[in-house]
Design a binder for this molecule. Structure first.
Ligand code: FES
Length: 164
């Protein structure tokens, strides 16, 4: 049986209630898993940078070994600056920063949280303890002291390829 790809996106907290209303709780549980419900509430609800997220679907995302490919004709929301995605299965953060894609490990260098991220104003925040990183992974605020590993992210023919 194929393992479903689990993702979170920029409007996760905003979408929770709407998602439940539209899709029903059983669909969310089956497609996103319990981790969806364990994430921290973020301040992204009001952040205009997160107004065009790629959505919570994993459609168009393929993980193969150390490579992740994202079909940008399916994950169309990622084409907008400020959109972002957490690919939970691959512990990888992806964001569109002013038209350029960045990809980073989602494993926080503070104490290893990988599932509780927000992205706003071109900053990733690990909400486990509040560490903040810039799009290249550098620490802007602790408690983390080491940068996040940055991955190669290239676009060709509407396909974003991330090499970890
Ligand atoms: S694990 Fe990320 S801030 Fe502590």
């Amino acid at each position: 049986m194929e393992t479903p790809i689990l993702t979170k996106s920029g409007n996760l907290t905003e979408s929770r209630r709407k998602f439940i209303e539209k899709a029903g709780a059983s669909l969310i549980i089956s497609t996103l898993g319990a981790a969806f419900f364990t994430s921290c509430v973020s301040s992204d609800d009001t952040n205009p940078n997160n107004s065009n997220p790629p959505g919570n679907s994993s459609s168009g995302i393929v993980i193969s070994g150390t490579t992740i490919t994202i079909d940008l004709t399916i994950q169309t929301g990622l084409n907008t600056s400020g959109a972002w995605l957490l690919i939970q299965n691959a512990t990888t953060l992806v964001a569109n920063v002013n038209g350029s894609f960045v990809a980073l490990t989602a494993v926080c260098t503070h104490s290893g949280c990988s599932d509780n991220w927000t992205f706003s104003n071109s900053r990733f925040t690990c909400t486990c303890h509040g560490s903040v990183f810039d799009p290249s992974g550098r620490v802007l605020n602790g408690p983390a002291t080491s940068p996040l590993t940055q991955y190669t992210a290239r676009v060709s023919n509407n396909t974003l390829t991330i090499t970890r």
